[in-house]
Unconditional design. Structure first.
Length: 246
């Protein structure tokens, strides 16, 4: 199994869990998409487009969405910062934690407490620079390819320097250069292919195998980190193990 697929089953489980959680993360995703782009024009702000699709799927009230967009445009004086934390879980598994917060002191205190409880520790800034690489990532249901094969899709996207198109467990992933994110998304739209999820992912260059005891403990740490409202994403280099997950 390629490293691109290391997190696919974890991500599917996380999606199910998200449906029972607060939609705070989605609203902050909308806010940061607007803030980073400097505008709320959906057609040219693909990160905002994806966030709005998620908001509709999770029935986030329109008033809340509008407030998040205004915050992103700086219209209400709110200050939300994107801060990344690099850490290690038990057995040296790398954790890259992306946050969006209005209170960095609270956020780092919470992250430290989670790491301490489950045997992890914060690292220094830059300590994981050679562990992950950043890629534009798109997840598509195989049924949404409109009878197109993965080879056909690869040929359609060949001009955008994509790395590969892979299929597993009913899903297809496409990964390519960060700078091609918007172009790839637009091309998929032209092909009438529905994107289930997309974003800028940090993919591990190598994955790490650990014991079952450590695996289950680390999964609890990842779960509690992802449950924090300030944490947007947790990237890791843990090797997926079907036997441990059962």
């Amino acid at each position: 199994m390629g490293r691109k697929w290391n997190n696919i089953k974890m991500k599917k489980a996380a999606t199910d869990k998200l449906r029972s959680q607060s939609y705070t993360k989605i609203l902050r995703e909308i806010l940061m998409a607007v803030k980073n782009a400097g505008h709320a024009e959906v057609e040219s702000n693909f990160a905002l487009k994806i966030a709005l699709i998620k908001a509709r799927e999770f029935n986030v009230p329109k008033d809340n969405v509008d407030k998040a967009i205004k915050k992103g445009l700086g219209q209400d004086g709110a200050i939300i910062e994107e801060i990344n934390y690099e850490a290690y879980g038990n057995d040296g598994v790398a954790l890259f934690i992306e946050t969006a917060t209005d209170n960095p002191t609270r956020t780092v205190a919470n992250i430290r407490s989670y790491l301490n409880k489950y045997g992890g520790s914060l690292g220094t800034s830059g300590c994981l620079q050679f562990v992950f690489e950043r890629k534009a990532s798109f997840t598509i249901k195989e049924a949404g390819l409109n009878k197109m094969s993965t080879d056909d899709l690869m040929m359609e996207l060949i001009d955008y320097n994509i790395d590969d198109v892979e299929s597993e467990d009913g899903f297809v992933t496409v990964q390519g250069p960060v700078e091609s994110y918007g172009e790839i998304y637009k091309k998929l739209e032209e092909l009438k292919i529905k994107v289930e999820d997309s974003g800028l992912e940090r993919l591990p260059l190598n994955t790490k195998e650990i014991t079952k005891e450590s695996y289950l403990k680390l999964q609890k740490l990842i779960d509690v980190l992802e449950s924090d409202d300030d944490v947007q994403k947790v990237h890791h280099n843990l090797e997926w193990n079907e036997a441990f997950a059962e």
